[in-house]
Each structure stands twice: as C-alpha cells, then as structure tokens.
Design a protein around this ligand. Structure first.
Ligand code: ADP
Length: 395
C-alpha cells in the first residue's frame, strides 16, 4: 500500500482539498477538489490527476449549512478512495498562528485550545479553519493532523516592521503586523531557489496578486516586511477588501454616519477594493475588459498601489535584486504586470514586452536592473511538503 496525505484549505464559503500520493519526501496530487457554496448552493466537485471529473454533486443549503457539514461530506467522498492507500496525516491551512508559532505544528488538545484563542485575531477565518480539524479528529482520532500557518513565515520580522505606532501594551496583547499569505511566499521563494539560487539569497519582493493581494520583502528567503498587517484587510487594495485605509475613516463611519461596527466590517471586507472603486466588479478580468472609466480607474489604483508597495519594500530591504509576480492576477495578467513595472523605472526595472505578453518565467529586459519573474504559487503543495516533513521528523 502506498502512503497518502490529505490537505485541507478551508474558507467561510468553500473548502478546497487535495489528496496526495507520497513517495519518500515528495508528494504528487491524485485528486483535487472543492466544496463551494456552503449554506447557499453547496456543490462538491473533484478531478483526478488526468483532469477527469470524479465527483460533481449538489446539496441543499440545509444539508451543508456550515463548514463542519462540508468537511463531513468531503470525508465521506474521500474515505473510499483510500482503500488502497495508507493515509499518514492531514495538513491544514490555518490563517493565524498568533505571535509565537513560526513553523507548522502537530495538532493536539493543547494546540487546538491555543489556536481557538486566536479566533478574536481573525474572526472570519480562524473558526472555519479549525472546524475541519475537529471533524477529522472525531472521525479519526488516531490520524496526525498538522496546522500550517499563513502568519508563521513572517514571525521573524525585525521589531520595527512588526509594530504599529500604538501604545506599547497593545503589542503585548497581540496587536502586531502578522503578514499573511506566508505559505504562498514560502513556496515561491523555494521555487526561485531551484530556478536561480543566487537571486533567492538576495533582496526579493514577491507580489501575491489574487482575490486577496499582498506583497512581501525577503532577504535570503526570509520575510523581512509585508503589506498585510494585523488582519488581511491591510496593504494592497483587493477584490473586495479596502487595503490600507486612514483609521479616521472608520471613526467617521461609526461616529458621524451611525454605522455599526458590523456594518463597517462588512463594507471593508466585502464591498470595497476593486468592487468598491469600480462599482462594477471585483474580478480583474472584467475590469480590464470594460470600457467604463470607473473600471479603468480601479485598475490604475490597483497598479499604483502595487508599485508603491514594491518601492516601500525595496526601502526595507535596502535595494532590490528580483521582483516576482504570483497568484491569479500576478500569473495571468501581462497588462497589470506591465503597468506596475512601468511605474518602477526608478528602481531600474524594465520588462521584455514579448516575454511578459507570453507569461514566460523571466520577463525582464536584458540589462543591469532587477530580475522580474512570474512563478505560479501552490499553497497546497507547500502544506503537503511541510506536513510530510513534520510527520517524518516526529515518526
Ligand atoms: P484566490 O485568492 O481566490 O485564490 P486567484 O489567485 O485565483 O484568487 O485570483 C483571482 C483573480 O485573478 C481575479 O481577480 C481574476 O479576475 C484574476 N485573473 C485570473 N485570470 C486572469 C487573467 N487572465 N487576467 C487578469 N486577471 C486574471
């Protein structure tokens, strides 16, 4: 029987999962799927390694009302696939590892309790990340489960990049700049190490531009500074999230406009960013295709803020050797990359238009400036490899 690993990436309205075949210290995906539309129009879909559909099943909103129901349905689907495999563990994406976890951890009762303590730091995400862990513990208490944190990669930031300019005691209470997207940054910097080790040792900015977006500055593969802060609202404008905002606006909305904290929270997380700016869509493809001036302005705002973030991070790093684009927009939009890079001539950045248009890996023009690359991210693979490493080390 060959060994298998299961990876779970749970959000509030969907759970993505992948089943990996393990060979030594490597893992290759066998089945990838997602259960979307939790509580609205739940649908479980999965494909095998050849791309063939292995399940496509809809449920009623009552059947799959919450993430725990979704995990039961996914576990029911996966169990029969495991008759010829020895499932050695499950790796989970957990958004918040708090101030101290700087590496993945094996989940036991005490760890689970600690992670529940971080729910107030990320109320939208942490609870839904922990539900699948609980469901799997009920069904298979013997199975090792590993939590891989989005914040862990950033815990080594210098203090000056970890603080807000707020009273000191808030820092001790956990009000810090946690970062996020750390699994993606760790994967991409590892992929760069394979491609060009000398660049991976240098000063690197990675722009993770998807529905959620952030940028991270690294030296020798270690995160030094990132645009996301205490929550995943800070930094770059995103599909529906506002990005960095004058905190006085929040006070104004509550004190002058009479909005409740919940209403403001909903606006900042769901009605802002590209959606708010354009009044049309949170989807970059739709905005790029539109001839509405508000759509053009939203794209321009996004590109300006990404370029500003690269310049800011280059200051933290003391220079820039390479810039990497990743995630949906970063990997697939030559136009956004070109418009970001056009603003970065002052850092010596210059693109090869043909290579950029073809989404090639190396997209900078020949010359002395920083290298510019496109590297697809794979957070699930990062979770699989980190989980495997921890299981092997503790076996
Ligand atoms: P998620 O954070 O949901 O995983 P993705 O990394 O898949 O998000 O990124 C989603 C974003 O990528 C959307 O704004 C989508 O419009 C954008 N996107 C995907 N393909 C393209 C493309 N060819 N050109 C421009 N934007 C794209």
């Amino acid at each position: 029987m060959s060994e298998a690993l299961f990876v779970v990436n749970a959000g509030s309205s969907s759970i993505k999962f992948k089943l990996y075949r393990v060979a030594g210290t490597d893992a290759a995906p066998m089945v990838s799927g997602a259960l979307d539309g939790i509580g609205t129009r739940p649908r479980l879909q999965a494909k095998d390694e050849t791309g063939a559909v292995v399940i496509d099943r809809s449920f009623t909103a009552e059947e799959i009302a919450k993430p725990a129901d979704a995990q039961h349905a996914i576990s029911d689907f996966v169990a029969p696939l495991l008759t010829e495999h020895d499932l050695i563990g499950v790796g989970h994406r957990v958004v918040h590892g708090g101030p101290h976890y700087d590496h993945p951890v094996l989940v036991d009762d005490e760890v689970l309790k600690t992670l529940e303590g971080f729910i107030p730091l990320a109320p939208l995400h942490q609870l839904t990340n922990l539900d699948p862990i609980r469901v799997i513990r009920e069904r298979r208490p013997d199975l090792p489960q590993v939590a891989c944190f989005d914040t862990a990669f950033h815990r080594g930031h210098p203090e000056v990049c970890d603080r807000f300019a707020l009273p000191r005691e808030l820092y001790d209470d956990g009000v810090r700049r946690y970062g996020f997207h750390g699994l993606s940054y760790e994967y991409v910097s590892g992929a760069l190490r394979e491609l060009a080790p000398e660049l991976a040792h240098g000063r690197l900015v990675i722009c993770h531009l998807g529905s959620g977006a952030s940028a991270c500055g690294l030296i020798d593969g270690r995160s030094q500074d990132a645009t996301m802060g205490f929550t995943a609202l800070d930094g770059l404008p995103m599909g529906t999230r506002c990005g960095a905002l004058d905190p006085g606006v929040v006070l104004h909305l509550i004190e002058q406009k009479g909005m409740s904290a919940a209403e403001v929270g909903h606006m900042l997380y769901h009605d802002s960013g590209l959606r708010g700016l354009s009044g049309l869509s949170n989807d970059m493809r739709e905005l790029l295709a539109s001839d509405d001036p508000a759509a053009a302005m939203a794209v321009d705002y996004f590109c300006l803020h990404v370029a500003q973030a690269v310049a800011r991070l280059a200051v933290t790093l003391g220079g820039l050797d390479a810039l990497v684009f990743t995630a949906g927009i970063g990997e697939r939009s030559p136009e956004v990359r070109a418009r970001v890079c056009a603003r970065l001539g002052l850092l010596g950045i210059s693109l090869d238009e043909v290579a950029n248009a073809a989404n090639e890996t190396w997209i900078d023009a020949d010359g002395p400036g920083p290298s510019v690359l496109v590297i697809p991210t794979d957070e699930e693979r990062m979770i699989a490899l980190a989980t495997l490493r921890l299981l092997r080390a503790t076996a």
